[in-house]
Design a protein around this ligand. Structure first.
Ligand code: GRF
Length: 199
């Protein structure tokens, strides 16, 4: 299966996928990495692995809609079976969702529907929950609202600060991403309403 991964930052989730896909038995390979900005570690990781990259910056287009069209076209050129947002900090638009809506995955660092948005671990700490975690889901038009594929729980420990909790979540999140993407590409999936089933 062909994976296109979208990143905006450090790309540690991308790295986990690059490492996993080095094994031909995994059943998928990363055919391209896209970003919404230059100069990020995620792009370096792709280059080091010999994977082609592209960058679509929102301000490089006259309108958000044209950016959405361009991103859709650039991703589509790689004919992906799955598109994976791994720390991609942009909400895609209607063109992208029309093309990839049933095969566009995102990983988020909270147990959704709790703590959507960009500060999952901080919001979990501030709320005082004792269990945090990560969620893998298919993206829909909302913010962190799409059909859930899998979740992994991690404990919040007494001495945690934002950094320590974020790191604990990210370790579990990377493992989940690799396991679940492997499972999806090997087994396939169906989405019925909010329910994702893997046969
Ligand atoms: C992940 O924890 C993701 O949930 C959050 O940003 C992080 C991405 O990290 N939205 P990385 O770029 O894969 O290292």
């Amino acid at each position: 299966a062909r994976l296109v991964v979208l990143v905006s930052g450090s790309g540690s989730n991308l790295q986990a996928l690059l490492d996993a896909t080095a094994d031909p038995g995994y059943g998928a390979r990363v055919v391209a990495v896209g970003a919404d900005r230059e100069g990020i570690a995620g792009l370096d990781r792709a280059a080091r692995a010999g994977v082609p990259t592209f960058v679509d910056r929102v301000p490089a287009y006259p309108t958000r809609d044209e950016w959405d069209r361009a991103l859709t076209e650039h991703v589509g050129a790689y004919r992906p079976d799955l598109v994976i947002s791994a720390g991609f900090l942009k909400l895609v638009g209607p063109h992208f969702l029309a093309a990839f809506g049933d095969r566009y995955l995102n990983t988020h660092n909270s147990l959704l529907p709790a703590f959507p948005g960009i500060h999952g671990p901080r919001d979990a700490l501030d709320y005082g929950v004792k269990v945090a975690g990560a969620t893998l889901f298919f993206v829909d038009a909302g913010i962190d609202t799409g059909p859930i594929v899998a979740q992994v729980a991690v404990p919040v420990l007494d001495g945690d600060d934002e950094e320590s909790l974020t790191e604990r979540i990210k370790e579990a999140e990377r493992r989940q991403l690799v396991e679940q993407v492997g499972r999806l590409v090997r087994e396939g999936w169906t989405i019925t309403g909010r329910r994702v089933t893997v046969p």
